[in-house]
Design a protein around this ligand. Structure first.
Ligand SMILES: Cc1cc2nc3c(=O)[nH]c(=O)nc-3n(C[C@H](O)[C@H](O)[C@H](O)COP(=O)(O)O)c2cc1C
Length: 441
């Protein structure tokens, strides 16, 4: 059954999502390492009753060093460290971060997210990604990134180890009984002893089971193995969808796979990204968008497209000619397919394509008044394209404040979004069950 109200995530980046956001006169270009900036954004999202804030992550300076100088890519916090700080200055809002399975150890990841879940009183969520680039591989002793299928196979095993570790202790294990001297009950401790194809992890963790049982499990790859992993394990899927029709097809596809794993459709929430460019009038919104577009340096725009379409060199092609045929990417396969589909469908030149994705890297952009934005969200939600949305403000802090002040009240008036938080954990906000410990019968 479809849920009655939508979920909202505030997908935050230092200056905003538009490639040229930091250059906008009203954007905060020093946002990357400004804790007060992130605190204000998070408090604003919490005032807007968002389910969660979300930080993406990469394990390299993204783009080439020559292009990096024109972007904010080299000015970012480790998101888990940032979220730990934000946990201390907020009460209700969920705290979600990407962490890669390809360049990590399950024990380390399980421990860190368990720590964040305890620290925040049950508000953490892990966006599982397999990483996308050779640039990241080069920082971890490899010349090339793992092959696409291989890294998803590793991710499948990785997540099983992580959830196994989170079950190291049953919920009531820690009695801390001063009289007997027993700190935890030994029969409620379980040693994982995992020996698999990719990982060997004994366990147990050295931290109790978390308030949410498991932090919320999120998955953000939309390729075939990505969807299979999501259908088996994820509770939220982040995805980029350009059109209502594509989003509906993706929604039906992923939801349709759940029964094969003994799961119900409502156990997984699908949240496409939407980038709202908001004005008091349509003309004001369009001006704002154009102002950002005019700030895109051609080589930076081309670099974004080339990088996200699979890391192929597009510099030899006529910018006003069509996108050439590209080999299948070993990077983000679903995003490459989206770009090719978009270019063909709208008959875009390379220049038009990079400009089209400069705002939100392939996510759907809506330009208009708060009402226009609310109408789009309502339509996608009601017409089975989404259970909620990751809101991607074009530049910050303005883009988030405009959404909280303009769009959220309209969604609330329409009964599509909560007026108040009813729970305290991210699971409760999202309407997800707390998983039981596998050893507790
Ligand atoms: C909302 C959203 C956020 C994402 N965040 C990250 C991220 O932080 N780091 C990353 O490496 N990939 C991120 N991705 C990309 C995917 O996780 C994945 O790497 C990519 O789509 C390749 O997977 P695929 O080949 O299964 O499509 C994100 C995707 C979406 C839709």
């Amino acid at each position: 059954m479809k849920q009655a109200q939508m979920s909202l995530g505030a997908f935050l980046m230092s200056s905003g999502h538009h490639l040229a956001a930091w250059r906008h006169p009203r954007a905060w270009s020093g946002g990357g390492l400004d804790f007060q900036h992130f605190k204000k954004l998070t408090v604003s999202a919490e005032r807007g009753k968002f389910d969660a804030i979300f930080f993406a992550d990469n394990l390299a300076l993204m783009g080439s060093p020559e292009l990096g100088q024109y972007t904010t890519a080299g000015d970012v916090f480790d998101p888990l460290v940032l979220l730990s700080g934000l946990a201390a200055v907020t009460e209700r809002i969920g705290l979600v971060s990407t962490v890669s399975t390809s360049y990590n150890e399950p024990y380390l990841l399980a421990r860190k997210f368990a720590s964040l879940d305890h620290l925040s009183g049950g508000r953490s969520g892990w966006n599982l990604v397999t990483s996308a680039t050779d640039l990241e591989a080069l920082n971890f002793g490899r010349e090339q990134h793992f092959e696409h299928g291989d890294r998803y196979a590793r991710a499948e095993e990785f997540i099983d180890v992580v959830t196994g570790l989170w079950d190291s202790y049953e919920d009531e294990a820690f009695v801390r009984d001063k009289a007997s001297g027993v700190f935890f009950q030994p029969d409620k401790l379980h040693v994982l002893n995992h020996k698999g194809e990719h990982y060997r992890v004994r366990g147990p963790l050295n931290i109790p089971r978390t308030p949410q049982g498991y932090p919320v499990l999120i998955q953000a790859g939309s390729s075939e193995p990505g969807k299979a992993l999501a259908a088996r394990t994820a509770e939220v899927v982040f995805t980029a969808q350009q059109t209502l029709g594509n989003a509906q097809a993706f929604y039906a596809d992923v939801k349709g796979r759940l029964a094969g794993y003994g799961r119900r459709p409502d156990q997984l929430k699908i949240m496409p990204g939407i980038s709202p460019v908001i004005g008091r009038t349509q003309a004001e919104a369009e001006d704002k968008y154009q102002q950002l577009q005019d700030l895109v340096e051609p080589r930076v725009g081309l670099g974004l497209l080339a990088g996200m379409a699979g890391g192929f060199d597009l510099s030899g092609y006529d910018l006003d000619g069509p996108l050439p045929e590209l080999p299948l990417s070993n990077s983000m396969q679903s995003r490459q397919a989206l770009f090719i589909d978009l270019a063909r469908r709208e008959n875009l030149s390379i220049r038009q394509l990079y400009l089209k994705i400069a705002g939100a890297r392939g996510h759907h952009t809506v330009i208009g008044t708060p009402k226009t934005i609310a109408d789009t969200l309502e339509q996608w939600f009601v017409e089975q394209a989404a259970d909620g949305f990751n809101i991607m403000p074009p530049f910050l802090p303005e883009g988030l404040d405009d959404f909280v002040e303009g769009v959220v009240p309209l969604l609330q008036q329409r009964g599509l979004f909560r007026q108040e938080y009813s729970g305290t954990t991210l699971r409760e906000h999202l309407g997800l069950e707390r998983p039981g410990n596998r050893y507790t019968r």
